[in-house]
Design a protein around this ligand. Structure first.
Ligand code: AMP
Length: 194
């Protein structure tokens, strides 16, 4: 099973991805996590990405596409994976389709998290508080505003791209975690049956 979780920051993609890893043995590919690891390790990619990430902008397509290309070739991804936070631009979506096609693979389903954006400010503030002494630099109201603007401009158009391919499903990202999980499980059952 290869799926994409699509939605703005704080929509709950990461929470659901972690659950799917536990329940289905899928691999979670979060480009945000991979980039934060690169920043922390001080790699050339990390050095290039840090300021861009801190202000809530997108890292260039070629950088993230390369990261994903390297990662999905790993053996642990053979049984399927969850893309969390990728693709985020039409260019990334096209590159992903090419990468998968070269390997004889395709995305099975894209799950969009629908949310009330004002509520995301509360969620992100909560996450910043819970991460204590080292919150993410982009979990501030200013950076979130920027990340949401970027989401609308660059990422939201992908819903149309996947709807046209008949891959798009959606869940209510404002529902309690267990309910979102149940909705996702229902979608995945349908996908497996199709
Ligand atoms: P996230 O953890 O998904 O919220 O990502 C945090 C930050 O990492 C984003 O605001 C971007 O700066 C960068 N990033 C993560 N994934 C991507 C991507 N697919 N394309 C470009 N930038 C990304």
């Amino acid at each position: 099973l290869r799926l994409i979780l699509l939605g703005p920051p704080g929509a709950g993609k990461g929470t659901q991805a972690v659950r799917l890893v536990e329940t289905r043995g899928l691999v979670q590919l979060s480009t945000g996590d991979m980039l934060r690891a690169a920043v922390k390790a001080g790699t050339p990619i990390g050095l290039r990405a840090k300021d861009i990430m801190d202000r809530g902008d997108l890292v260039p397509d070629d950088v993230v596409v390369q990261i994903v290309a390297d990662r999905i070739s790993n053996e642990d991804c053979a049984g399927g994976f969850i893309l969390d936070g990728f693709p985020r631009t039409p260019g990334q979506a096209a590159a992903l389709d090419r990468l998968l096609a070269e390997r004889g693979l395709a995305i099975d389903v894209v799950i969009e998290f629908k949310v009330d954006e004002e509520a995301l400010f509360g969620r992100i503030a909560k996450r910043a508080k819970e991460t204590g002494a080292s919150p993410r630099a982009d979990d501030t109201p200013e950076a979130l505003r920027k990340r949401l603007a970027v989401y609308h401009e660059q990422t939201a158009p992908l819903t149309r791209y996947y709807a046209e391919k008949d891959k798009l499903r959606s869940v209510d990202g404002m529902a309690p975690i267990d309910e979102v999980a149940a909705e996702i499980d229902g979608i995945l059952r349908e996908t497996a049956a199709a």
